[in-house]
Design a protein around this ligand. Structure first.
Ligand code: PLP
Length: 423
């Protein structure tokens, strides 16, 4: 096997063992967690580069430390590429992850006590969209919109308008972690304009699909701000970013909110890796990749439909599927996650809309196609994976069948290894 970590191997066998274990786990299993992906070796190199040694508080051309001639180049490359990818007027590439990107965005656009109208968390919104367990709810007020129809995924835009008129939010927040459909961006923007709110979208999950022109770009519909992670469909290093449609006054507020408002020194190695990832995402090949993610999700949807497994919103129009395995097969989300892990398929248990079960053992599983599409899987292979998933769930007590499926998955993984380069 390839020796990925020669220095760690020599110096720290315990850490080496864990890292090699993870390399093998990723190589020999299939990653279906819709927020995960496999990055190129170029992204990994940048992330492990000498820039990890460098402090560069501030922004290009205005730093608080010397020795910035290369950090400035790298950050400017990341910014310019991000703007081009998303048709943005401004980009801040410093957020360490998606959560700080959202927190920085709130700090830039809100005063304490202001209101945000976001998606109900049980209908697909993210923790940082105002879950009571976060400190955000001690500072800001969060009100909600929901799906009108769980079987189609249609959002209740009338309710959204009514809540917006009553609560007068400063931000109307679109975006989600577990919603398999596209939103009606015109409606979001028109309601935001009606009540004088910013239209913001957290595109963490679908950033790669937007960059690859496989789904609509919220900026084309008048959204003011987008926040995102860089590590999901966008296939970059773990990280965050904030973009605005225009290089307006809010851009300056966003820079101030991230540094010095929220973070200290930027992770320059991570920003270099973002620049490399954005370079890859600007290539024509990335557009083919993004479109294939959707086709592959449709192929998996068909198998679930054919097997009468209920999917929230009836299926998918993006990269992910949320399946009600408890309602359809009598297997809980936790049990499903565990048995699928056993056969080498990684995904996550997930609450479904208006779940009757608790969050630690909910009714659903969430899975998606970004990572296996990176591996080169097409519709045929994805349908086969979905069939193996259904067989695993139905035969969960049959150890012999599970063993056979584990071998099938290992063979598929070996046949289609994780690529080292995408250009
Ligand atoms: C929609 C959305 N926003 C924000 C985040 C937070 O990102 P991070 O885990 O990088 O902080 C996630 C993570 O899953 C997400 O799905």
């Amino acid at each position: 096997m390839k020796n990925h970590y020669p220095y760690i191997k020599k110096q720290d066998p315990k850490v080496y063992k864990a890292l090699e274990g993870e390399e093998t786990r990723q190589a020999e299993g299939l990653e279906l967690i819709p927020s995960e992906n496999y990055v190129s070796m170029a992204v990994r190199e940048a992330n492990a580069s000498a820039l990890t040694n460098k402090y560069s508080e501030g922004y290009p051309g205005r730093r608080y430390y010397g020795g910035q001639e290369f950090t400035d180049d790298v950050e400017m490359l990341a910014i310019e590429r991000a703007k081009k990818l998303f048709g943005a007027g401004f980009a801040n590439v410093q957020p360490h992850a998606g959560a700080p990107a959202n927190i920085g965005m709130y700090f830039a656009l809100l005063e304490p006590g202001d209101t945000v109208l976001g998606m109900d968390l049980s209908h697909g919104g993210h923790l940082t969209h105002g879950h009571p367990v976060t400190y955000l709810t001690k500072i800001f007020n969060f009100v909600r919109y929901k799906m009108k129809n769980i079987e189609t995924g249609e959002i209740d835009y009338d309710e959204m308008r009514a809540v917006a008129k009553a609560a007068k939010p400063k931000i109307i927040l679109a975006g989600y972690s577990a919603y398999p459909r596209e939103l009606d961006y015109e409606k979001f923007v028109s309601i935001a304009r009606e009540v004088g709110a910013y239209a913001v979208m957290d595109v963490a999950h679908i950033a790669g699909l937007i960059a690859g022109r496989a789904v609509k770009n919220p900026f084309d519909y008048g959204f003011d701000v987008m926040t995102t992670t860089t590590h999901k469909t966008l296939r970059g290093p773990r990280g965050g970013m904030i973009l605005t449609r225009e290089d307006a006054a809010i851009a300056k507020k966003i820079d101030k909110a991230i540094f010095p408002g929220l973070q200290g020194g930027p992770l320059m190695h991570n920003i270099a890796a973002k620049a490399v990832c954005f370079g890859e995402a600007l290539s024509p090949k990335f557009r083919t990749y993004a479109k294939q993610i959707l086709k592959n999700a449709k192929a998996m949807e068909k198998v679930f439909k054919d097997n009468d497994i209920r999917m929230i919103t009836g299926g998918t129009s993006n990269h992910l599927i949320l399946a009600d395995v408890y309602g359809s097969l009598g297997v809980s989300g936790k049990e499903a996650e565990q048995v699928l892990d056993e056969v080498g398929i990684t995904l996550n248990k997930n609450a479904i809309a208006d779940d009757v079960r608790g969050p630690m053992d909910p009714s659903g599983i969430r899975f998606g196609t970004p990572a296996i599409t990176t591996r080169g899987f097409k519709e045929k292979e994805c349908a086969r994976v979905a069939e193996l998933m259904v067989e695993t769930l139905n035969q969960r007590a049959n150890k012999k069948t599970l063993k056979r499926i584990r071998e099938d998955i290992r063979k598929m993984s070996k046949k289609m290894p994780i690529p080292e380069s995408f250009v």
